[in-house]
Design a protein around this ligand. Structure first.
Ligand code: MCA
Ligand code: AMP
Length: 492
């Protein structure tokens, strides 16, 4: 990622990051990442693709560490603070991480993992060294592993190279008119593309400022906006929904104040899940902005976007971004006729390199001609793409997170009182989809609250079902296969 650091050299004294109320310049970012790179290298000249896992709150320190890993030739593996130990262990073992870095507040939680890596350390223990670092990292080298849920087995590690990341960043910075005058508020989790690439890396590429909130909180978001320096915002539809609810509860004067500030923003983007037109309309009334909706995926960053400058079409995702080629294909991977629906397939320098250690899964997700098969179904109409759904009912999108129904079912089956289960995502205005589970149990009743509490030791909170029912048997077709669409109806 030479270019991201070369870009930073142009903006030395500008503010790069604001976190926990403190401002850090591009010079601070370069020097802190140099120090940390030396610490990670431990006398070597190149990490040679070693996986460095880390758990830090979204912050200057998080960013400096990620840059340090990249600059020292390692592969960054950001962990999620909401994940229970079981999920963190899976990632550490799957990536065979060499090192685990954490900030103080996670020390106790991560203690059991220290024996699984060669070395681990508290970020604050990394001693400062006054040195220079100029390792030239080839762009084809792997840079980042992010975990994503699929329709088979455990989550898969999506490996992107420095080149992939650069392509993902530059198509957005050009397409959405980023400049060094921009100041973005980052409220997103930092183990996904949305927060890491679209917000943080696009800002840093442009010489702009990225201000972190440690976690999403509607009041804190509006308080930050009230200082009138932030002019760009990006979030998932659930966050806009929550901001709308919060705004409606403010006094008339407060509402007017917030609205007049929002109207001055340069850009507001929604993505990671379908943006309901009702949310788009409500936010337009509050902010004066028609949210720019775009479509992306962990495996390819952003692929399709509404226009920054021209009219945005509600309910549609727009056209391919610069450098990205898109087609709609049928089940035989043949392009469909215009007007027909098909799977979105993508080619371009933005598309990931591989699933970590899963060559068969990697091969299965590309066509013979090298098109990446997204699994999303769309139609091209009015000179624009519109998403119709996914080709698998077992992928749920809730709060912007991609969740595998099968992974939740597998976890539920480990419960001593659960014989069988079926998990589905049911449409929900706030969350996009709500996770619901039907359980077949080996006793009269079951305390659902206790099941959820038990499940939290196996799965992060956003994968916990919100509604349960008990059944004698699950709805099945003549072949005995569970009919998930029938199951969904029971919750609606
Ligand atoms: C949390 N809660 C939920 C859910 N999650 N209820 C129903 N469904 C859910 N999915 C409940 C909790 O149980 C809790 O309830 C209460 O909400 C607050 O929980 P907390 O964890 O504190 O929630 P939050 O922090 O308010 O989270 C909401 C959120 C979060 C901010 C919208 O889900 C989020 O950050 N989503 C963004 C995910 C993201 O970045 N996705 C991008 C990946 P109780 O109080 O009763 O216990 S996709 C991507 O990167 C691609 C490339 C793309 O296109 O962008
Ligand atoms: P993830 O794997 O977490 O990166 O999530 C990617 C998935 O999010 C895509 O495959 C889509 O199903 C969904 N997605 C992202 N953006 C949109 C959007 N604007 N509209 C509908 N679905 C979206």
């Amino acid at each position: 990622m030479k270019n991201l650091f070369a870009q930073a050299q142009k903006h030395k004294s500008r503010i790069a990051i604001i976190s926990t109320g403190q401002s850090y310049s591009y010079t601070d970012l370069i020097s802190k990442s140099t120090e940390l790179a030396h610490f990670l290298l431990r006398g070597r000249t190149d990490l040679n693709g070693a996986r460095i896992a880390f758990l830090m709150p979204p912050s200057f320190e998080y960013t400096a560490l990620m840059w340090a890993i990249w600059r020292a030739g390692g592969i960054a593996v950001p962990l999620c603070e909401k994940h229970p130990l079981a999920s963190l262990t899976y990632v550490i073992e799957d990536t065979q991480a060499e090192c685990l870095v954490y900030s103080k507040e996670f020390k106790n939680k991560l203690e059991p993992l220290s024996e699984k890596v060669t070395y681990s350390f508290d970020f604050e223990e990394a001693e400062s060294q006054n040195i220079t670092l100029d390792l030239a990292i080839k762009k084809e080298r792997s840079a980042l592993i992010l975990y994503t849920s699929g329709t088979t087995g455990n989550p898969k590690g999506v490996v992107t190279t420095h080149q992939n990341i650069e392509a993902q960043i530059t198509s957005l910075t050009r397409g959405w008119g980023w400049s060094k005058e921009d100041h973005i508020l980052n409220v997103l989790p930092m183990h996904h593309v949305h927060g890491i690439i679209n917000v943080l890396s696009c800002a840093l590429w442009s010489g702009a400022c990225c201000e972190f909130l440690s976690r999403f909180d509607s009041k804190k978001v509006f308080d930050s906006f009230s200082r009138e320096s932030i002019n760009v915002f990006m979030a998932v539809p659930t966050i806009y929904y929550k901001l709308i609810v919060f705004w409606k509860e403010l006094s008339l004067t407060e509402q007017e104040e917030i609205s007049s500030i929002l109207k001055k923003f340069r850009l507001m983007v929604s993505g990671s899940a379908a943006l309901p037109v009702s949310v788009l309309e409500a936010w337009k009334k509050i902010s004066g902005h028609v949210l720019l909706e775009r479509y992306g995926m962990t495996e390819m960053g952003m692929a399709i976007s509404n226009s920054y400058r021209a009219k945005r079409i509600p309910g549609h995702i727009g056209l391919p971004l610069e450098g990205v080629t898109v087609r709609l294909a049928d089940e035989q991977n043949q392009p469909v006729k215009e007007g027909n629906q098909g799977e979105i397939q993508v080619k371009g320098p933005n598309v990931f390199k591989e699933y970590w250690n899963k060559p068969k899964a990697t091969q299965a997700t590309f066509t013979k001609e090298g098109w990446f098969k997204t699994g999303d179904i769309a139609v091209f109409e009015n000179n624009c793409y519109r998403i119709l759904g996914r080709n698998s009912v077992d992928i749920i999108k809730s709060g912007g997170y991609k969740i595998s129904a099968l992974e939740i079912e597998e976890a539920l089956r480990k419960h001593p009182d659960i014989k069988e289960c079926g998990v589905v995502g049911v449409p929900d205005e706030e969350w996009g989809e709500l996770i619901c589970a039907s359980l077949i149990v080996n006793k009269e009743t079951l305390d659902f609250k206790a099941v959820s509490t038990w499940l939290k030791s196996l799965l992060p909170s956003y994968k916990i079902p919100r509604k349960y029912i008990l059944q004698e048997d699950l709805p099945r077709n003549v072949m005995g296969k569970v009919t998930k669409n029938e199951l969904k109806k029971l919750f609606i």
